[in-house]
Design a protein around this ligand. Structure first.
Ligand code: SF4
Length: 480
């Protein structure tokens, strides 16, 4: 490393650059390629058609997540399309010697949940996957980003990828988060403030004392949704929290090799005095529990706030009107009190153990509203087992939630978990696009896991701050 203060982005870029390509892009070496059943079949077909092998099967790992049913997971899956995809992935992994974390493995789960928990995700790496929420892995101080199917083929064949340079935007979040305000609220606030396109061409570096105090689970929630702000890459500089998380995990370096790795990981963090292309400051103390009201993750409002008026001036009046009409909401209506039909606690954003713990604190001793269908879908089999050991499954079941097997479930609805008709879903996932949860007219309100649990019980959007122990009761079913 040159001695000139540099960002983590620049350091990892320089360390992985293979050569400059004639089109101005850079061929980058890929340290870890994560594969799932939806974006890989065609890529493997193309390899087969050309007679190519996978270049680095030891750096390639696969799981099944998007299409797996979460209620009954016995094979063959009832959906022939799901069975075909799972079968193809198994065959391709066998043919090319790629480790597959499938249902019998005990390590299956959403690709962005299992990578970190297995210790595959490590600081200083370049990580790719045919899924846009690969940005999640940036929480460890890696350059991690989603790729398309043709790029999956390229990485399988060459263990490298053509990349264009990016700018780096430093986002400092400082101050203490109030009780009842979580990492999800922080990232929704950032996206709401900067917009869903502001990250185009940028990598987001998150820092500041609020981020530094966050657990790895919380940092993953932040980085996961970078892509919703338009940034393909989001990262946090590695620190003691990162090293403690990685230590002892199955694929992490062991013994002296781990100590040597930590030395290098420290070195890869952004230097004091590094130059950024843009800087943004966010005051954590000003963040309230935050909910999306519209059809993109930038259309957010504080739970105790009111919906915007598209006619009030400002930008994107047409977009606001379209969202208002689709959602069936009116300008100025309060967010709290919006009735929900479904509560979904899951996805690669918020289905880790700490997420389930926070939601269980709210659900404990309460009952899901009679008109609400509520499901908890752990992010991985390991999360499910750990939660069951703590009795969280019993807490949720007793409250009236369904306790499901691991998978993407209703985040994307490429399986049987889906909204029906105009249902409104309080969801801990990451996208509220039209049709995202399986019904073309279904509506999604993104929020934190604790807020989902509170909405499930109340049957409507409520401010979780008044549901916490010691809080003043407010709204249906609140603190007793
Ligand atoms: S949980 Fe949702 S966003 Fe995450 S990998 Fe699955 S479908 Fe994609």
């Amino acid at each position: 490393m040159s001695g000139v203060p540099a960002t983590l982005f620049q350091k990892i870029w320089d360390l992985h650059a293979v050569r400059r390509l004639p089109n101005g892009q850079t061929q980058m070496y890929v340290g870890l390629h994560l594969v799932h059943e939806v974006t890989s079949p065609q890529a493997f077909d193309e390899l087969r058609a050309r007679g190519w092998r996978v270049r680095a099967p030891e750096r390639t790992f696969a799981t099944v997540d998007h299409i797996v049913p979460t209620r009954a997971q016995a094979r063959p899956f009832p959906d022939p399309m799901a069975e075909t995809m799972a079968d193809a992935l198994e065959r391709n992994c066998r043919t090319h010697g790629i480790p597959l974390f499938d249902l019998p493995s005990g390590s299956q789960g959403i690709v962005h949940v299992i990578g970190p928990e297995l210790g595959l995700t490590q600081p200083g790496m370049t990580i790719v996957c045919g899924d846009s929420h690969t940005s999640t892995h940036g929480a460890f101080g890696a350059l991690a980003f989603g790729i398309g199917t043709s790029q999956v083929r390229d990485v399988l064949a060459s263990q490298s990828i053509a990349m264009s340079p990016m700018n780096v935007r430093r986002i400092d979040v400082t101050g203490a988060l109030a009780s009842g305000v979580y990492a999800k609220d922080v990232i929704l606030t950032i996206i709401g403030r900067l917009g869903i396109k502001a990250g185009a061409g940028f990598a987001y570096e998150y820092g500041g004392d609020t981020i530094t105090r966050m657990s790895m689970d919380e940092r993953m929630t932040i980085c996961n949704m970078s892509i919703e702000g338009g940034a393909r890459i989001g990262y946090v500089n590695p620190d003691e929290t990162t090293f403690t998380y990685v230590r002892g995990r199955r694929f992490a370096p062991k013994g002296a090799a781990f100590d040597r790795a930590v030395e290098w990981w420290r070195d890869v963090a952004s230097d004091p005095g590094a130059r950024y292309d843009d800087r943004v400051a966010i005051d954590a103390a000003a963040i309230a529990p935050t909910v999306t009201w519209g059809i993109n993750p930038g259309q957010v409002v504080a739970v105790d706030g009111r919906l915007p008026d598209p006619a009030a001036g400002g930008h994107d009046r047409a977009g606001l009107e379209e969202a208002m009409e689709f959602m069936g909401f009116r300008a100025g209506q309060p967010m709290a009190g919006t009735k929900i039909d479904v509560a979904f606690l899951g996805s690669c954003t918020n289905a880790r153990l700490s997420d389930l713990r926070e939601a269980a604190k709210i659900a404990a001793g309460r009952k899901v509203a009679s008109h609400v269908r509520a499901l908890v879908v752990p992010g991985s089999q390991a999360v499910a087992s750990a939660a069951e050991r703590e009795g969280l499954d019993a807490v949720f079941r007793e409250a009236g939630f369904e306790w499901r097997g691991a998978g993407c479930s209703m985040c994307l609805a490429m399986n049987t978990d889906r909204l029906e008709g105009r249902e409104i879903c309080a969801s801990s996932s990451n996208r509220n696009f039209k049709g995202r949860q399986g019904s073309p007219t279904g509506r999604t309100l993104l929020m934190s896991p604790a807020m989902v649990a509170a909405a499930a019980v109340a049957g409507e959007v409520v401010d979780v701050r008044s549901w916490l122990p010691g809080a003043v009761p407010a709204g249906p079913g609140a603190a007793r």
